[in-house]
Write a protein that binds this ligand. Sequence first.
Ligand SMILES: NC(=O)c1ccc[n+]([C@@H]2O[C@H](COP(=O)([O-])OP(=O)(O)OC[C@H]3O[C@@H](n4cnc5c(N)ncnc54)[C@H](O)[C@@H]3O)[C@@H](O)[C@H]2O)c1
Ligand SMILES: O=C[C@H](O)CS(=O)(=O)O
Length: 493
Amino acid sequence: MKIQNYINGEWKEPSTGQFAPVINPATGETIAEVAMSGPNDIDEAVQAAKEAQKQWALVPAPKRAEILYKVGMLLKERKEQLARMLTMEMGKVIEEARGEVQEGIDMAFYMAGEGRRLFGDTTPSELKDKFAMSVRTPVGVVGIITPWNFPIAIATWKSFPAIVAGNAVVWKPAPETPIMAQELARIFEEAGLPPGVFHVVHGDGPTVGNALVEHPDVKVISFTGSNEVGRMIAEKCGRLLKKVSLEMGGKNAVIVMDDADLTLAVDGIIWSAFGTSGQRCTACSRVIVHERVKQELERRLLEAVKTLKIGNGLDETVKVGPVIHEEALQKIDRYVRIGVEEGAKLLVGGYILREGDYARGFYYAPTIFTDVTPNMRIAREEIFGPVVSIISVRSLDEAIAVNNSVDYGLSSAIFTRDVNNVFRAMRDLDTGIVYVNAGTTGAEIHLPFGGTKGTGNGHRDSGVAALDVFTEWRSIYVDFSGKLQRAQIDTDD
Ligand SMILES: NC(=O)c1ccc[n+]([C@@H]2O[C@H](COP(=O)([O-])OP(=O)(O)OC[C@H]3O[C@@H](n4cnc5c(N)ncnc54)[C@H](O)[C@@H]3O)[C@@H](O)[C@H]2O)c1
Ligand SMILES: O=C[C@H](O)CS(=O)(=O)O
């Protein structure tokens, strides 16, 4: 299968004529080829988007929303088929792939609802016979750049609010996972989205992503990916005075207090540390445990890890799939070596699986370090694989300080039965998302998604907050007094 660009409602060869293989990480097999476009393809898409957006912005928002409802229905009808393709291109296990498609469905219906809201404000005016209000207006052409770990959900988090708000979208997906992008474009087409409102241009970051970022007619960039690339994009957008929303990495922790329900805590840690093979921005990569329950927690975690079946995610009994590619395997393994050199104790795992069924895919054994100190690199840097570090503390104050000591601030969790601990954690954990008695993953689409510090730049995906990225506020004053009134001067009248 050759995956083409989708520009102005047509499937088009890249202007470069070049394609790259798409590899199934579970088997190492090439399952498709993806267009490796050039800046000309971006320009073509942006010009078409600019034209189409003018008409799209005039379509009443509830009518725009009707297309999103259809998109939601089509996603729902094809959920199983899409989930299977997702597992094949990205590697996550099938139940998680279904969950990811479900996020897209939920987002479609939620944002379609926004088509009948898109609330602005009305306020009193300072003057008689004058009406004051603010309304959201679309920004124009929106550029979306996404990672491979959630190849459909993140695109829906960004494109659905952009489209319902009256913008046109040019999307550059990660080259590792273009199949979901192709399927989403097909669904938009079938749902009746006018040509030119949604485009997909495939290719690598430095060429195609950069061309999108630097294009003068792209008014907003919404990026999800690594901190390194996000910073680079932010610098460019800063120079161009372009609005940019960044959702980047995490170093998320689960805090386990001495009064915690350990059965729940183990379940939460295992799911959020090893689900998606640790390749979620919200993955738990630190466990901050009260010293009184450390030994028991470790014993139970070890037991639980032994039950995890590793393999091809299409097998319903598999709990941990492969990681995305060989480069990721090597990066994870380098961090494990660093952890050992730093003096952390390897409790379980710590190696690449190469034998038998694992020979052709990219599999890393679920890995737990203990006796980790907060200053070690494995406790501070994003590894993005199935590796978790246990750090022992003596109090909630210390746990919160350790949680907050990293450069990232996406998600955190606390397991405790003490309501005072709960409210302290809700107030003091410096992350965009806080879970109580649940692991660090599992965001729901109607709440804002994003984080503090190195995780983001103050914007949010999801929820109503996403609309702030894709709209400008316009303040409107209507004077119906029939005479010249001057605000801040004629105030006595
Ligand atoms: N906070 C969140 O919401 C969230 C969600 C999922 C993943 N992530 C993060 O994503 C990362 C993993 O994904 P990845 O490896 O695909 O990230 P990445 O930063 O390497 O790539 C992300 C996207 O940016 C593009 N890109 C790369 N260089 C570029 C450049 N110079 N200009 C423009 N675009 C460029 C890539 O092609 C890809 O489409 C992790 O750090 C993870 O934490 C964050
Ligand atoms: O990035 C998308 C994920 O769905 C977020 S979470 O891991 O489920 O919280």
